[in-house]
Design a protein around this ligand. Structure first.
Ligand SMILES: NC(=O)c1ccc[n+]([C@@H]2O[C@H](COP(=O)([O-])OP(=O)(O)OC[C@H]3O[C@@H](n4cnc5c(N)ncnc54)[C@H](O)[C@@H]3O)[C@@H](O)[C@H]2O)c1
Length: 220
């Protein structure tokens, strides 16, 4: 059976009225060349944010940028291997030159299915760097820009999974990274709010998103 990514149509996009959704503000989206990252990047761009897509897959990244352009939005794609600190640093400084970094969506992720005793350690290291260290490092790098922005606020969304809540057979490292990402998400740094991510669009503007005060995430 062939499984294909669904087409993103204008009618599928939730367009929100929010003063912060303007082209001077930057939304960085990882994993933007495919799947959920692609859909998030296209939706952010269609909501008038200057969107920066990061991914190792250059061709997919270019396709995502073209999809956004067709829907009237702008995505600047920066080829980035998120397992490499230097590439992450470069991507953030290039993004900061394009406007004010206000949003970060950490979405890139991979899967590897194996028992603990058979799990290749190089795969463990890659998954940890991509799915835990990169979201942490990106957060560390963008929070100072958010603090300096108008109102000193920003939003960080982390793509978790049901595997952030329950452990399943032969996905030990996926579980470890997703549980860890949930831990990162649930700690609320002062003034810059992080909140849980969801595949579903959130009917919330920036002001509402920031009404979370740390240890008690919204129930939605
Ligand atoms: N698909 C699902 O059912 C599902 C469910 C729950 C959570 N998730 C999570 O959602 C996220 C996206 O999943 P998806 O299904 O859209 O996956 P996908 O495979 O379509 O997209 C993942 C993207 O990450 C990129 N990537 C991989 N390694 C990278 C690296 N080193 N540097 C930069 N980019 C890299 C890939 O090129 C790809 O574009 C993942 O974190 C996944 O764990 C997915």
């Amino acid at each position: 059976m062939e499984i294909r990514e669904p087409e993103i149509k204008q009618a599928d996009l939730l367009i929100l009225s929010d003063g912060n959704f303007n082209p001077d503000n930057i939304c960085i989206v990882t994993g933007a060349a495919s799947g959920i990252g692609r859909a998030t990047a296209v939706a952010a761009a269609a909501n008038n944010l200057m969107t920066v897509g990061l991914d190792v897959d250059e061709e997919g990244g270019r396709e995502t940028a073209a999809m956004a352009a067709e829907l009237g939005g702008r995505i600047s794609f920066i080829k980035t291997d998120l397992s490499k600190d230097k590439e992450i640093e470069r991507a953030v400084s290039e993004s900061a030159r394009m406007g004010t970094i206000k949003y970060l969506a950490n979405i890139a992720g991979i899967q590897h299915i194996d028992s603990v005793e058979n799990f290749p350690m190089e795969k463990y290291d890659l998954m940890e760097r991509l799915m835990l260290r990169a979201p942490f490092f990106l957060s560390k790098l963008v929070i100072p820009y958010m603090r300096k922005s108008e109102g000193g606020l920003g939003v960080i969304g982390n793509m978790a999974s049901v595997h952030a809540h329950i452990s399943t057979l032969n996905k030990p490292v996926y579980n470890i990274t997703k549980f860890g990402l949930r831990a990162l998400t649930q700690r609320g740094p002062a003034r810059v709010s992080t909140h849980r991510s969801s595949v579903r669009p959130r009917r919330r503007n920036l002001k509402e998103a920031l009404q979370w005060d740390g240890d008690q995430p919204h129930a939605s």
